[in-house]
Each structure stands twice: as structure tokens, then as C-alpha cells.
Design a protein around this ligand. Structure first.
Ligand code: AMP
Length: 588
């Protein structure tokens, strides 16, 4: 297939905010894509080359892309940078510059989707001597055969910043429309922009949507889901199962105001568990192989190398998938440590062993999803917990099952909650004993109860260079939540709660660290302000949420303060506008 068709599709996606229009455009493209190209197409549509959980990343900085553009359009990198400062988008910059250059070029080769995919893939694997030059050439090669519109999206794809606003829901629905639309008699009512089912029904449609969603939840790979949908239909999708070694979307929980509220949500009797303040890990044991993923589905096996022995010795199963919270431990004093200390281990590439010694973790297992080849997702939580107790050979400070108490008595439950807070636990999870494990969704099968006003997890979309003693650092950060289509909506700025200097206990976040994290993500610069790729998630506390016309979310935070970096949380899980609205209402 020609890349021109995909570029045209990106253009349509970027020009509308209507989900149905986006879905239809994607579906039409998927329907005509040959099987072999479907996986590449699906990944490119997500602005990816590898599935989310792959260890491989493109990892190309804006500087390198500027060199490639310079080469392709015959200008100096400085010129490109100057223009970039004006547009704030290297994609637009290259599009404009190529537009001018094109007039003198008579014809261009037409690019295929495969060619673009392959060249970008090579960027990820090019390492060692001369790799920078090779990367520049790979990008420039694509740009010289591209039209201005194609160039725009090639550059954005390379930078992993597609900006076309396609969420998981649109991709999922597009797969349904493309491969099951006929069988569903699906039509789009152009005038009303709504779905028309003719002889079929909304129920039937929803059923198929659920099957596609479930397949994705289990393999977290749209490329494979689309291919199976096309080639093997619904039966094939139903066969996509859990695989030890491939991460699945984790179940998410709702919030409850208090224990009573939580009981009403999940039913009684309920299981009440400590809510450990660490970071979530999904542990896959496949005989003598152990793989560890974060909830972002990042592979952190190497960073937590010491877990291998522990899991091999203390999980009595040939195969198992466990859902757990890894909590930093002060081994000497048998105390839990703040999240921040462990989170450093996620990022580490060097001195992994030293870090493991300095910041050991205790694994608190709270669920089991697969045991010796048996998929347990549909089993009631009470039964899954029984399996968990059977297979975990606990060893304090290394691996234990989550503290749990089952009761239907509200008073007893409240007592357990108070005692938990008393020993320094941040809250409790109240869980239904009869519920299945529902991957990827925020369902009411479990609710968290915490005493403090809920903090918000937000993404940084901009920053401002500091002055005076903070010169050389970013000192203020623009925050955004997201709407249902994954658009980022600014909600305020935070500059409080950061440390000036690296402190001894290594807790807290410094301006220096923030600056190091954000510098490679800069997209545009205007005076002291910069716009950055929305990648860094932070947890923010605040006094109050206020209505505000100054920010496009319509809200602003009063006295926001950083609590910590949430490098374990994917950007897709930051607070939604709905969350903000709900909290705004609740505070009244
Ligand atoms: P939150 O991140 O505030 O939405 O709270 C849910 C998170 O609490 C989960 O994603 C887990 O990382 C963590 N957690 C800690 N203890 C438990 C537990 N016993 N059961 C489930 N999740 C837990």
C-alpha cells in the first residue's frame, strides 16, 4: 500500500474531533489493507513501531531529525531549528519547507507503508559507531521520496508524537466496522452522525465490540487483533488467550468515599486489603523464566533481577501470572519506604545490583490470573485468592500475599481500615469476592478508600525556564488532564513541592531532575516557555479545584504541589476531565 494513503488518513484524523468520523476513516483503510500489511498499518496508526510492551523503542531526538530534514531539503540545521521555533512542530516545519522545495523537483518515488515502517524500525536497532549518521540517512532517505504531507507524518512518527488524536476505543471500533460491519449491516447515518443497524442490533454490535476489546486486553497488541479479526473472524479472536510472558491490561479500581460506600459498590461480604504504596508489577513465571512488567506494560525484568530467584523459590507453580504491588523496604528497620525510592529502580540501566541492595522491595501479591496453564480471569476473586494462598510460600520482606480480611460487618471493616492507617498504610481496597478479573477497565469490582483528598495524576505539557538561583532549570510546569479522545487539556501550573538540591535520603523530585527529564521532550520554545511532548506523569496535590476560563479544561487547581513522579503510570491513565469534574462536585 502507498504511504500516501496513510498520510491522507492521518490528515483526516487530525482535521476532525468527531470520533465516528475518525472510526469510519480508519475502518475503510483497514478493510482494504492486505493481510500482510495490516500489522504495520495498525502500529503506524498508533504512532508506534513496536507493541507497547516491547523492550524496543525508536528513541530519536529532535536534533537528529533536524539534521535529516536539513539534508533532505538542502538547508542548514540552524535554519530548520529557527523555523521549528515558529511552528512548534517539526512535522509542520518539514511540510512547509518541502512545499517550497517541491516546485523544483519534477517527480518523486512513491513511498510504501512497508518502506516507511522498515526504515523507522531500523532507527531503533541502529547502535554503536556511526549509528547517528546511519539514522540521519534513514530518515532523509524517506523524506526525499516523500510529498510534503507524507514528510509531515514521517517526522512526527519518528519523534513518536503523531498528534492525530486516535484513542484505543476508535481503533477497536474501526476493527469491528472493517471486518464485521457487513455481518452487522452497519451503516453510518451521515446527517445525524450515528450508527444505523438495519436488520441487526446495537446489542449484537456491542457483543462484537466486547470480543475485540477482550482480545486486545489479553494480548495488548492491536496489530495482532486486526490480523486475526480479518483472517479468522470472531472464533479466532475468542481463541486469543492469556500467554505467559505477554503482559495483559491490568484491572483498575474505582474510588469510594468511605468504607460504607465501598461496601455498597462491591457487595457484601467483601474482602478488605491493605493498599500498599509501591508500584504495580505483573509477574510472569514460565517454568524457569521470570518476566516482570509495570502497569505501563514496560518490561522491567532486568531492573528487578533479584525477583527471579525469589519467584522461582517462593511461587509454587510451573506457570503463573501474578498481579502485585512492589513496595520499597527498609530491610533493617522492617519498614516500608516511600514510593519515590523504588521508582528510581524502574529507570535504572546501570548499577542494578547495587540499587537492588540499597532499595530492596517486598512483593505483595494480590491476584493471580493464570495458574499452570489455566486461565483464571473468569473465576470469582475468592477462588483466585485461594489459589494465590496455595502457591505463594511467603517470606517476609521478599514476597507475601496482600493482608486481607473478609467480612460483611461494617464495624469490623472500619476497624481493619483504622488499624491499617495506624500502621502507616495509605488506605484499603475493598473487593468483591465473586467478581471476575476484568482487564483494562475501571470497574466496580474493587474500590479504594483513602482518608485524604484524592491527588490527581496529570501529564506535563509545558515548562518555563527559571531565573535567578533557578536559572538553567525549568521551575514551573504546565499540567494537563485528558478528554475521552485522548486530547490533553491544560489545568494549571505547578512549581511547588520540588527540591532545590538532591537530598540525602533521595526522596522527592528536584528541579534538576525535572529539567533532565523534559529537555529531550521539547517541541517548541517561545521566550522562556517551552512546550513538551506529553510523556511525564506526575502526581499533584492541591487545596481545591476551581472553575477557570484560563485553561481549556475549564478548571484550575488551587495551590498545586508535586507529590511524586508517576513513572509507573502510562499517560493513558492520567486523570480524565470526568475525574476532575467529579472531584469538583464532590468537594462541595
Ligand atoms: P490508584 O493507583 O490510586 O488508582 O490505586 C490502585 C492501585 O493501588 C493499583 O493499581 C495497585 O498498584 C495499588 N494497590 C496496592 N495494594 C493493592 C491491593 N491490595 N489490591 C489492588 N491494588 C493495590
Amino acid at each position: 500500500m502507498k504511504y500516501a494513503e496513510l498520510a491522507e488518513l492521518y490528515h483526516v484524523l487530525e482535521s476532525t474531533s468527531k470520533r465516528l468520523v475518525k472510526t469510519r476513516a480508519i475502518a475503510e483503510m483497514l478493510a482494504k489493507a492486505p493481510s500482510l500489511e495490516l500489522p504495520c498499518l495498525m502500529l503506524l496508526l498508533q504512532g508506534r513501531i513496536f507493541p507497547a510492551w516491547s523492550e524496543e523503542k525508536i528513541g530519536v531526538a529532535a536534533k537528529l531529525v533536524m539534521k535529516a530534514i536539513a539534508l533532505a531539503v538542502g538547508r542548514s540545521p540552524e535554519d530548520i531549528e529557527k523555523d521549528w521555533k515558529k511552528t512548534g512542530d517539526l512535522g509542520v516545519t518539514v511540510q512547509q519547507l518541502m512545499g517550497k522545495k517541491r516546485q523544483s523537483t519534477l517527480f518523486s518515488e512513491s513511498l510504501s507503508i512497508e518502506k516507511v515502517f522498515n526504515n523507522i524500525q531500523k532507527l531503533a536497532t541502529a547502535t554503536g559507531e556511526g549509528s547517528v549518521d546511519r539514522k540521519v540517512k534513514l530518515i532523509a532517505e524517506l523524506l526525499t521520496s516523500a510529498t510534503p504531507l507524507e514528510a509531515k507524518y514521517i517526522v512526527r512518527s519518528v519523534l513518536e508524537d503523531l498528534r492525530v488524536g486516535v484513542g484505543e476505543a476508535a481503533l477497536r471500533d474501526a476493527i469491528v466496522w472493517a471486518f464485521f460491519g457487513k455481518q452487522l449491516h452497519l451503516k453510518l447515518n451521515e446527517e445525524k452522525l450515528q450508527l444505523d443497524f438495519g436488520e441487526s442490533s446495537r446489542e449484537k454490535y456491542n457483543e462484537i465490540v466486547d470480543i475485540v476489546q477482550h482480545a486486545y486486553d489479553l494480548n495488548t497488541d492491536f496489530a495482532e487483533v486486526a490480523k486475526v479479526a480479518k483472517e479468522e473472524g470472531l472464533e479466532g479472536l475468542k481463541k486469543i488467550g492469556l500467554r505467559v510472558g505477554t503482559p495483559i491490561q491490568v484491572m483498575l479500581f474505582t474510588k469510594a468515599a468511605d468504607i460504607k460506600d465501598a461496601f455498597e459498590m462491591v457487595g457484601s461480604p467483601a474482602a478488605i486489603e491493605y493498599k500498599y504504596d509501591g508500584f504495580r508489577v505483573q509477574i510472569h513465571k514460565d517454568h524457569d523464566k521470570v518476566t516482570v512488567y509495570t502497569r505501563r506494560l514496560e518490561n522491567v525484568t532486568a531492573q528487578f533481577n533479584e525477583l527471579k530467584d525469589i519467584v522461582l523459590k517462593h511461587v509454587k507453580a510451573d506457570e503463573a501470572i501474578l498481579d502485585a504491588e512492589a513496595v520499597g523496604m527498609d530491610a533493617e528497620h522492617k519498614k516500608y519506604l516511600p514510593f519515590q525510592t523504588v521508582s528510581q529502580r524502574i529507570k535504572r540501566k546501570y548499577d542494578i545490583e547495587k540499587m537492588a541492595e540499597k532499595f530492596p522491595v517486598e512483593i505483595n501479591v494480590f491476584d493471580v490470573l493464570q495458574y499452570n496453564g489455566k486461565n483464571l480471569l473468569a473465576e470469582p476473586f475468592g477462588d483466585r485468592r485461594a489459589v494465590l494462598i496455595k502457591i505463594i510460600k511467603p517470606l517476609g520482606g521478599k514476597i507475601v500475599s496482600a493482608q486481607q480480611f473478609v467480612t460483611s460487618d461494617l464495624k469490623q471493616a472500619e476497624k481493619f481500615y483504622k488499624e491499617a492507617l495506624g500502621v502507616g498504610i495509605e488506605g484499603v481496597m475493598v473487593k468483591s469476592l465473586t467478581a471476575p478479573y476484568q482487564p483494562g477497565k475501571r470497574v466496580g469490582y474493587g474500590a479504594k478508600v483513602k482518608p485524604t483528598m484524592e491527588n490527581l495524576d496529570l501529564v506535563i505539557v509545558g515548562a518555563e525556564w527559571g531565573t535567578g538561583k533557578r536559572a538553567g532549570w525549568f521551575s514551573s510546569f504546565s499540567l494537563a488532564c485528558q478528554d475521552e479522545d485522548g486530547n490533553f487539556l491544560p489545568i494549571g501550573k505547578v512549581g511547588t513541592g520540588f527540591n532545590e538540591k538532591e537530598d540525602e535520603s533521595e526522596e522527592g523530585v528536584t528541579f534538576d531532575e525535572m529539567t533532565r527529564l523534559l529537555k529531550p521532550l521539547i517541541l517548541e520554545e517561545k521566550g522562556r516557555e517551552v512546550g513538551v511532548k506529553p510523556k511525564i506523569v506526575i502526581e499533584v496535590s492541591y487545596e481545591e479545584i476551581q472553575k477557570s476560563p484560563s485553561y481549556s479544561s475549564g478548571y484550575a487547581l488551587r495551590f498545586p504541589r508535586i507529590v511524586r513522579l508517576r513513572d509507573d503510570k502510562p499517560v493513558s491513565e492520567i486523570a480524565s476531565l470526568k475525574d476532575v469534574e467529579l472531584l469538583f462536585k464532590q468537594q462541595k
